[in-house]
Design a protein around this ligand. Structure first.
Ligand code: NAP
Length: 517
């Protein structure tokens, strides 16, 4: 038997009497609820399983798509094993709200993608799965404590930091990471709802991936177009008061090399209040590419072909006199974000591909008069305390989901899934097959006896209770969920309006009708 980490039994921290702190920047915590957790106890789990076989107990850290798909794969793959162990999965999150990127990354107007939350919800409601929110790895619960309480731990904390651009002026006021802007319009409680006032006339969005497309679209849409979505009230008010007239989306390579997908791209040309513009020379596949790579890509890759059809259509469009203009630019790389007190411009250098296919500067410069720069050049994972991390790839070193130590050998009982495992690529569904692979590795190791089912005997709730910490339960979360649905109806805005800030989340946490049941 492994003993609980001694740090877990230290006196309760001042903030830990109820739910644990959920953020470095937001001190308030979710309130205690006198209601029992929505999901079943370990004993009830065993009864549900209906077996006396040992139970495999797994903690999944992160309740975004990767974490919840991992929980689903665990239940399904274990159920498919004849004579295999029982299974209990605890899905932990530092926030009191589940669904990670689906809640705090998917754009509010992408309702069909957001509906994935309904699928994830059903997994959290499996009798063998339990949500434990408000627990931050490293402070509220350590890696060692998890390994003492579970036979296996799967890290699935995603990628929540922006990549840096590395140009002068990047930290000027008005130069903003897309991660912050996305978190703002998705009502992430760590972001001040008053963070953005949108008083710039012109904005540059750097990058031509799907996040850049999301950000450019939200900036260019009218508030009326977003009223029926779940954007919180202060965000809707800021969008309503927006002075933005011009949005430039800028790629350092050509349209054939852009990362966005056609369906998402096409939406930019269908906005009520914005004309779309593309410079025909920048849409010409050969103009800045002597290698012929762009034309080859357009011929061989369906996505690129689809993108080019959209872009060529836009290059031929005339302005319709809409109040805003969205220009999609290519072959320009940022060299300086200009300004002294705050952003006043963006200096760009024209690029082209050289004979070896590398992107190079041409020495020709252009200055855009913009008052805001949104850097959307990709996400990065952050290291987890005590967990190996490769700074170069910003992922946890792994072999098919098995966490590798400094000796490049698997660390028994530790696994990784999702963006933390493979980097921020693919669509949400990509995490399903990715999670299934990690779970196959985990179960093969259990079968091989590296950490058999039932080897961890400490119980996390006991360990936490000894420190005065009570996690946010699934029922507590349903209180938030319920309040958001009510708010949507009260405001006549749509199915849901997100609560904004820690105070509102804490007030609603555990206060829903489901919690009273
Ligand atoms: P991404 O797809 O990797 O795109 C990053 C963009 O930033 C690329 O255009 C890249 O150009 C550019 N970039 C990188 N470094 C740069 C630099 N130093 N200067 C200028 N440009 C630079 O990343 P993402 O947009 O953050 O998306 C992350 C993942 O989420 C993707 O898999 C995406 O498809 C997914 N996502 C999907 C949806 C959706 O399906 N609706 C919505 C949002 C996000 P280079 O190619 O030249 O490096």
């Amino acid at each position: 038997m492994t003993m609980a980490d001694p740090t877990m039994t230290s006196p309760a921290s001042p903030t830990s009497a109820t739910a644990a702190p959920t953020s470095a920047t937001a001190a308030p915590t979710a309130p205690a609820s006198t209601n029992p957790p929505a999901q079943t106890s370990p004993a009830a789990h065993a009864a549900a399983v209906g077996t006396s076989a040992p139970t495999l107990r797994v903690a999944v850290v992160g309740s975004g798509p990767a974490g919840i798909y991992t929980a689903e794969a665990l239940v399904k793959q274990v159920s498919a094993l004849a004579g295999g162990p029982g299974i209990e999965v605890d899905v932990l999150d530092r926030l009191p709200t589940p669904y990670g990127l689906v809640r705090y990354g998917v754009a509010p107007d992408h309702t069909s993608i957001k509906s994935i939350a309904g699928y994830l919800r059903r997994v959290l409601e499996y009798p063998r799965v339990r949500f434990l929110g408000g627990l931050r790895l490293g402070t509220d619960v350590t890696r060692e404590a998890l390994l003492s309480c579970y036979d296996a731990v799967v890290y699935a904390t995603g990628a929540m930091r922006d990549r840096r651009l590395g140009v002068p002026g990047e930290d000027l006021p008005g130069s903003v990471a897309a991660t912050d802007f996305v978190n703002w319009y998705c009502a992430h409680p760590d972001i001040d709802p008053a963070m953005f006032t949108l008083d710039a006339q012109a904005v540059a969005v750097i990058g031509v991936g799907n996040v850049a497309v999301d950000v450019a679209r939200i900036l260019a849409k009218t508030a009326a177009e977003l009223r029926g979505t779940d954007v919180p009230e202060p965000v809707l008010a800021a969008l309503e008061a927006s002075k933005i007239r011009e949005v430039h989306m800028i790629g350092r390579r050509g349209p054939a090399q852009a990362k966005f997908t056609t369906k998402e791209l096409r939406e930019l040309g269908e906005l009520e209040g914005a004309d779309i513009a593309v410079d025909p020379i920048e849409a010409d596949l050969d103009a800045f590419d002597p290698t012929g790579e762009s034309s080859r890509l357009a011929a061989s890759d369906r996505r690129v072909r689809g993108n080019m059809a959209v872009i060529r259509d836009w290059a031929g469009r005339l302005p319709q006199g809409r109040p805003r203009r969205l220009s999609v630019r290519f072959w320009l790389r940022p060299v300086e974000i200009m300004g002294t007190e705050r952003v006043t411009g963006l200096r760009l250098e024209r690029t082209r591909l050289d004979e070896s296919g590398r992107v190079v500067g041409t020495g020709e410069y252009e200055v855009l008069q913009v008052q805001m720069v949104l850097r959307s050049v990709g996400y990065q994972s952050v290291p987890l305390p005590g967990v190996p991390f490769d700074e170069r790839s910003a992922t946890v070193p792994n072999a098919e989901g098995r966490v590798l130590g400094a000796d490049e050998k698997p660390r028994p009982g530790e696994y990784v899934a999702g963006w933390l495992k493979r980097g921020p690529t693919g669509v949400i569904g990509t995490n399903k097959s990715d999670a299934a692979q990690t779970v196959r590795s985990l179960l093969a190791d259990v079968e091989a006896g590296s950490r058999p089912a039932g080897s961890a005997t400490a119980r996390l709730l006991d360990v936490l209770a000894a420190r005065g910490i009570r996690p946010v339960s699934y029922t507590d979360w349903l209180g938030i969920d319920q309040r958001e649905l009510e708010l949507g109806a009260e405001l006549g805005r749509g199915e849901r309006v997100k609560l904004c800030g820690w105070e509102a989340l804490n007030a609603a946490c555990g206060a829903g009708p489901a919690a009273d049941a």
